[in-house]
Design a protein around this ligand. Structure first.
Ligand code: KIV
Length: 283
């Protein structure tokens, strides 16, 4: 087990003050959480991307609170000391401030999360305020927001024109003023991310495919290790091809069982001759 100290909000703000980038990854299951804890990853996001990476949907929209709670609980068991963020799924905060507070509270009470994340800018600022006023740390998510991918016209860079970039700057300020302690910028141009980071007063800016000048980086775990078969986005760096390693292992298993070279004596258990003889007599 990892013996590192629990990562808490002041730990994250101290990293920002010291100019040390914050590490953040998605995670959805116990064994991966265990590895991320051992690697000392600061923050873990139980993202609703699990709808695609774990459940095989084409989008994040079908994901429910029940899905999220089950996965977040498993991640917390594997990573007791990471700063754990629960991602609010589609339509669990959009309908009203009250719905948002109630579902954010489930992440805290049922999963041991340290914070929640939700998508949207000015229009969602009152949800952020309500959640923060209820004592729950909240993170905003701007730029490419997958729950609105249809309205955004697909998975593409956001804020490339001056007018759209200005809207993202205004959204970021609205979220910060509503009390968000952090904002994730997904797929916005690097200079826009830098500008928002420089203007943030008491808010941690995190980048996903938005360049190096934020206070930290987020990546989708499955993209990092070749574990999502449908595509690997440009912004993701592949740090190791676990998908290939696993596939080769599976093929070898199938071949060894077929050729009767697996199992070998070290893979099974025997019983004493006298016990076996007694068994035969009992039959
Ligand atoms: O669900 C998720 O993993 C996310 C990332 C795309 C940021 O929200």
């Amino acid at each position: 087990m990892s013996d590192r100290k629990k990562v808490i909000l002041p730990t994250l703000f101290k990293k920002v003050a010291d100019g040390q980038p914050i590490t953040w990854l998605t995670c959805y299951d116990y064994p991966t959480a265990y590895l991320q804890e051992q690697a000392g990853i600061d923050m873990i996001l139980v993202g609703d991307s699990l709808g695609m990476t774990m459940l095989g949907y084409d989008s994040t929209l079908p994901v429910t609170m029940e899905d999220m709670v089950r996965h977040a609980q498993a991640v917390r068991r594997g990573a007791p000391n990471a700063f754990l963020v629960g991602d609010m799924p589609y339509m669990t905060y959009q309908p009203s401030v009250e719905t948002a507070i109630r579902n954010a509270g489930r992440f805290m009470a049922e999963c041991g999360c340290d914070a929640i994340k939700l998508e949207g800018g000015v229009a969602m600022a009152d949800r952020i305020k309500g959640i923060v006023d209820a004592g729950i740390p909240a993170i905003g998510h701007l730029g490419l927001t997958p729950q609105s991918v249809s309205a955004l016209g697909g998975f593409r860079v956001q804020g490339k024109s001056a007018a759209l970039a200005k809207k993202i700057v205004d959204d970021a300020k609205a979220l910060e003023n509503a009390g968000a302690f952090a904002i994730l910028l997904e797929l916005v141009p690097d200079r826009l991310c830098k500008l928002i980071t420089e203007r943030a007063e008491n808010c941690i800016i995190m980048s996903l495919g938005s360049g190096p000048d934020a206070h930290g980086q987020l990546l989708i775990y499955h993209d990092m290790f070749g574990l999502y078969p449908k595509f690997t986005p440009k912004m993701a760096k592949v740090f190791g091809n676990a998908g290939e390693v696993i596939l080769n292992g599976l093929k070898q298993y199938a071949s060894e069982v077929t050729s009767k070279t697996f199992p070998q004596p070290e893979n099974w258990f025997g019983m004493k001759d006298e016990e076996f003889d007694d068994l035969l007599k009992l039959l």
